[in-house]
Design a protein around this ligand. Structure first.
Ligand code: AMP
Length: 270
């Protein structure tokens, strides 16, 4: 496994490799990230993982400074996972960076409380694509809105890189794996599995009740545990507009703040 930390080196080294697959991450790797690396190895011949905590996607009162950084551990995990290249740029990557706007669906869901977040995401991912020029890039469906925005953004900008999604990897109790789970207090960690529990309940009852009944029931159940979702909603998975009861394909999406830790999760029904 080769570690690359600057753009010129990346361009020089990678030009001799083909069927390259990029997995962009912010590090603090867990089994969710490693599942994407595994998928990358199945999809192409050369696996590249980028590790960069991107300041552009954090708002002023968000957790940029507290974001867990565990580079040595991450490198060990990637070596074991059979990754070929790790790109870990310094903040120099932001020098003279061209900034981009995310498509309009970025204003929905997480975009309401994190207004510039997805602009920061598309800006850095585009920069990574320009430097690394991957044939494929894999994103987790855990960040479903991000996945959709990236697909739409790179289609519109005519990039050749094929965008793929990987399924959500969960803890045994159902909590979606996330680097932020480690920041939960023990009490909040105990109630966090309620998130997936309610999503599953909604999924299991989607044919029996109206969407608003399902949402109201879940909000009530959350209230009993002092959980007040930022959003809990049933949407069309392509437009992120409210879904109809007759729709066969829907996204059930939630964002919750437990203490200072913001968690998101979803279930996609196809
Ligand atoms: P992050 O380091 O949080 O920016 O995540 C890097 C990539 O890993 C993103 O594409 C995420 O959607 C994906 N990811 C994070 N958590 C999970 C998970 N539990 N299951 C699958 N993919 C995940």
């Amino acid at each position: 496994m080769e570690i690359i930390d600057n753009e010129n080196q990346a361009k020089e080294v990678l030009k001799d490799f083909n069927e390259t697959v990029l997995v962009p991450t912010m590090g603090n790797l867990h089994k969710g990230h490693l599942s994407l690396v595994k998928k990358a190895k199945q999809v192409g011949k050369t696996t590249i993982v980028s590790i960069y905590v991107n300041p552009l996607q954090f708002g002023v009162n968000e957790d940029l400074d507290n974001y867990p950084r565990t580079l040595n551990d991450d490198l060990l995990k990637l070596e074991q996972a059979g990754c070929d290249f790790v790109f870990c740029p310094s903040d120099n990557i932001l020098e003279n960076i061209q900034k981009y706007k995310a498509p309009d669906i970025s204003k929905k869901l997480c975009g309401k409380s994190r207004p510039k977040h997805f602009d920061g995401v598309v800006t850095i991912v585009r920069k990574l694509f320009e430097v690394l020029n991957p044939d494929y890039a894999i994103f987790g469906l855990k960040d479903y809105q991000q996945f959709l925005i990236i697909k739409k953004f790179f289609k519109k900008h005519n990039f050749q890189t094929k965008i793929l999604g990987g399924p959500i990897i969960r803890e045994d109790d159902g909590l979606a794996m996330s680097s932020r789970n480690n920041l939960l207090t023990p009490e909040d960690r105990k109630i966090a599995p309620k998130i997936y529990e309610q999503l599953t309940l909604i999924k299991n009852n989607i044919k029996n009740k109206t969407h608003s009944e399902l949402i109201i029931n879940s909000i009530e159940a959350f209230k009993e545990n002092n959980i007040f979702p930022e959003y809990l909603t049933i949407l069309n998975p392509e437009t992120l507009e409210d879904a109809n009861e007759s729709d066969s394909s829907v996204l059930i999406a939630i964002a919750v703040k437990l203490g200072n830790v913001r968690l998101i999760d979803n279930i996609l029904i196809n």
